[in-house]
Design a protein around this ligand. Structure first.
Ligand code: ATP
Length: 358
């Protein structure tokens, strides 16, 4: 029996609700499979922890989770704490030192879900967005001076390194190569940002030579938003910078029917450190504690976690269970126009796991 150690970091808001649902589903999956088990350690880091200790996670937090096989993360954010404090204090404080440079965001219109794009189904909208997750606009380079004076000035410098761009580009080409259409769109803004974005374009051309079987094209990010809406079927795999892909993937999540469905993986592809899996959505304080958070984004993230552990049959079983459940409107939470609760959806997915014939 294989044992996987999972670090669960529910964080704030609905994070706690969806992560506990995610763990229940993972345990059901392990029970159904019988060849592996999960040992789950819970970490109470986040906004409430900050209020008690003045920091989002303990000083030795990374050492506490360094040897886990994967991290299941909920959300960091607190109405009383500035967003940049919660983000840099927890999520980025894990992603950056653990070199989780590839942020992977699949988007698909699941069975039973209606996209706001008319007539679009899973054949026409089936994308994976790869977001550079370690540098670029979110590198944290910059500063602020003369605060409180009329001379106040601030900079956020987008920093791109050749190795950083090469590795994400290679990752994206490799991923595109594994998908049936073998099609990659490289998104930049190299008309206006004429230094680093031009370097992106050049590196894309170089790396493309290593993948002659992958068809690729280039888009400016503004034009890409239009293409996502007007010609969704022309897109398959996408790679973009930290900022650009952050925005494009929220659009993608909305086009797939709800922010509550979208999953993401923060991968350290070399596996020197644990990778982290989380729903795209944030803490959603407006619905916290009501028991109506859609857990599907977390369940789909758990599919990615299982794939990362190379437990592919179990990953497929979970994805199939998710699709069986979304296909049934009785299990749609209010964000999808239904009246199901988080518990209803979780129970239905667990039932589907138990009965799924994969
Ligand atoms: P944060 O500041 O932590 O990013 P936020 O509340 O600003 O959080 P999100 O949580 O990403 O932003 O979501 C915006 C809105 O979408 C929420 O207010 C909520 O109404 C809805 N939403 C997000 N996730 C879910 C979910 N899993 N289930 C149902 N509704 C959701």
């Amino acid at each position: 029996m294989k044992t996987y150690k999972i670090a669960a970091i529910p964080g704030d808001g609905i994070g706690a609700e969806v992560v506990s649902a995610g763990i229940e589903v993972l345990q059901a999956l392990a029970k159904r499979d019988g060849s592996f088990e999960f040992l789950v350690d819970d970490f109470d880091w986040g906004g409430e922890y900050y209020k008690k200790h003045g920091r989002m996670m303990p000083g030795d937090g990374l050492d506490q989770i360094r040897n886990h096989d994967a991290i299941l993360f909920g959300s960091a954010g607190h109405p009383d704490i500035p967003d940049h404090v919660t983000l840099w204090g927890l999520r980025l404080a894990i992603c950056q030192p653990f070199d989780q440079y590839a942020n992977v965001r699949p988007t698909r219109v699941l069975p039973g879900i209606t996209s706001p794009l008319r007539k679009v189904n899973d054949k026409e909208l089936d994308w994976v967005i790869v977001r550079e997750n370690s540098e670029g606009e979110y590198a944290g380079v910059g500063g602020r001076v003369h605060q409180g004076s009329p001379l106040e000035a601030a900079t956020d410098v987008a920093m791109f390194t050749r190795p950083g761009v090469e590795r994400i580009m290679r990752f994206a080409f490799r991923l595109a190569q594994t998908r049936p259409r073998k099609l990659l769109t490289v998104v930049t803004k190299s008309n206006a940002q004429r230094h680093a974005m031009v370097m992106w374009d050049e590196i894309a051309t170089e790396i493309a030579r290593e993948f002659p079987d992958v068809t690729w094209d280039r888009m400016l990010v503004d034009a890409m938003t239009m293409r996502m809406v007007m010609r969704p079927q022309s897109i398959d795999t996408v790679v973009a910078t930290n900022l650009h892909a952050d925005i494009l993937s929220d659009l993608a999540a909305a086009l797939s029917g709800s922010l509550g469905i979208a999953p993401t993986a923060n991968l350290n592809p070399e596996r020197h450190y644990p990778s982290m899996f989380e729903p795209i959505h944030g803490s959603a304080f407006d619905i916290m504690g009501k028991g109506i958070a859609n857990p599907i984004g977390t369940f789909w993230s758990a599919v990615m976690l299982m794939e990362h552990l190379d437990e592919n049959p179990a990953a497929s079983r979970l994805m199939e269970a998710i699709e069986q459940v979304t296909a049934d409107p009785r299990f749609h939470t209010p964000d999808l126009g239904g009246s199901a609760t988080t518990d209803d959806v979780t129970a239905a997915v667990i039932d589907a796991i138990r009965g799924a014939n994969v």
